[in-house]
Design a binder for this molecule. Structure first.
Ligand SMILES: Nc1ncnc2c1ncn2[C@@H]1O[C@H](COP(=O)(O)OP(=O)(O)OP(=O)(O)O)[C@@H](O)[C@H]1O
Ligand SMILES: [Mg+2]
Length: 255
């Protein structure tokens, strides 16, 4: 059995927007970690800090106090390359067609155009969107656009995928399909996944749930009375066992 790697860790990480009386604490000191193989849903009401926590884990926002680190993802340049983010809103570039959108991060990372196109097409195939390659974003349905956004992330072959409400704009069936595609593709490339969602049906598809409330990452989600006795919910601070073999990793023990 291979040991699970610590990919990302928040230690008392907080994010405040604004100053003085107008300051909003979007995330209070959060302690959590993501291990390779994890499948984590972050749930909580609108405004509870889910996106902010995800942006902290992505390195897109800096904590105003505390620390976020990526022990298993190499140095800063590697880290950026090894984290793929699916954003909450529409994120495709309108003037580029689907294939150009999917290959863009690779081209920007310096990959030769031909290789970038090859990997982008592979990723589009994985999400069942290869037939859309020549279309412009305005010609896509919401579900198709989200699948392309997922493909753009998969083309990078990241070790960690952070998806912010990837199904938020979709009906239940399209949303389930996007999540199916995301999880299957993440299995294929061996990436850990963290998804924020309002949809309990989406959250149930993942092995672990982190709940947020008013900027606080709750130590452990309340047990679902409908699920009956079973495996106790893992604490965000101790990793998220995603399979019976998974070993929770206590904070401070990176390997
Ligand atoms: N750039 C910003 N400037 C100021 N306040 C912000 C900013 N981003 C988020 N906030 C505030 O931080 C809090 C948490 O926002 P966040 O977007 O993380 O919540 P969320 O749980 O993702 O909500 P939703 O479910 O609606 O997406 C909110 O009160 C929000 O208004
Ligand atoms: Mg959000």
């Amino acid at each position: 059995m291979t040991a699970r790697e610590l990919l990302a860790r928040c230690e008392d990480a907080a994010r405040t927007y604004g100053r003085g009386p107008a300051a909003v604490v979007a995330v209070h000191g959060a302690d959590c970690q993501v291990l390779s193989g994890d499948r984590i849903a972050v749930t909580g009401p609108s405004g509870s800090g889910k996106s902010t926590l995800l942006h902290l884990l992505a390195g897109l926002e800096r904590p105003t106090s505390g620390r976020v680190s990526w022990p298993g993802l190499g140095d800063a340049a590697d880290t950026a390359r090894r984290i793929g983010v699916v954003f909450q809103g529409p994120s495709l570039i309108p003037a580029l067609d689907v294939a150009e959108n999917a290959e863009l991060p690779l081209v920007l990372a310096g990959l030769p155009q031909e290789q970038a196109r090859h990997r982008a097409m592979e990723a589009l195939l994985l999400v069942g969107a290869a037939g859309l390659a020549a279309k412009l974003p305005e010609e896509l349905s919401g579900g198709q656009a989200q699948r392309v956004a997922v493909a753009r992330v998969l083309a990078l072959r990241p070790r960690l995928i952070l998806a912010d409400e990837p199904t938020g704009q979709l009906d239940r069936a399209s949303g389930q399909h996007v999540v199916d595609v995301l999880l299957a593709a993440a299995d294929g490339i061996g990436a850990a996944v963290v998804i924020t969602t309002h949809d309990p049906a989406v959250a149930r598809r993942l092995n672990s749930q982190w709940a947020m409330h008013e900027g606080r990452l709750l130590p452990a989600p309340a047990p679902d009375p409908r699920s009956g006795p079973g495996t106790p919910a893992p604490d965000p601070r101790s990793g998220a066992p995603s399979s019976p073999q998974a070993e929770p990793t206590p904070l401070g023990d990176e390997r």
